[in-house]
Design a protein around this ligand. Structure first.
Ligand code: HEC
Length: 138
């Protein structure tokens, strides 16, 4: 019986440690995969596909740190506003209901970003939107 209690305590301590280790959001490990999965298709550097030039939609690229901060044609410098998730269109567009014309990905063009992943993006922006050593595509 004593052993069992010791084990339980150890596992509770372990849970606490992992939770605090998650406090700092790692862009490359936690945010980039979300953008890759849901956004890159339309927001990458200009490329050729089947002989056609494909430009980033809305003039917004999400494949480099510089481009993410620069933003697109309608909301320059407001794609990610460090410390201000409510002013950051990257997050706002994800959070809009699918029927909204600015919802991202656009209606019928991909799954909504999960609430859990939106919360991660929010936390990343709130905590200063650091890219670490990630620079992305030039
Ligand atoms: C299927 C294509 C597609 C996907 C996938 C997509 N977008 Fe877009 N995005 C667009 C189009 C088209 C526009 C331009 C809309 C307009 O100008 O009316 C746009 C515009 C934007 C803008 C506004 C840029 C500006 O300043 O004008 C933001 C922010 C944005 N997208 C974020 C995202 C995010 C974040 C994701 C992933 C969760 C995403 N998009 C996924 C097609 C897409």
């Amino acid at each position: 019986m004593k052993n069992k209690i010791a084990l339980l305590t150890a596992s509770a301590a372990f849970t606490l440690t992992t939770a605090s280790a998650q406090d700092a959001v790692d862009f490359e490990k936690q945010i980039l995969p979300i953008l890759k999965e849901s956004c890159f298709k339309c927001h990458e550097k200009e490329k050729e596909e089947n002989g056609k030039i494909k430009k980033p939609k809305g003039g917004l690229r999400l494949d480099s740190a510089e481009a993410i901060m620069k933003g697109g044609k309608d909301y320059p410098n407001e794609n990610v506003v460090a410390g201000k998730p409510d002013a950051s269109w990257l997050l706002k567009t994800m959070a809009l209901p699918e029927s909204d014309e600015m919802a991202m990905p656009p209606e019928g063009k991909g799954d909504r970003v999960s609430a859990e992943n939106q919360a991660l993006v929010k936390k990343w922006i709130e905590s200063g939107a650091s890219f670490g050593s990630w620079k992305g595509v030039e």
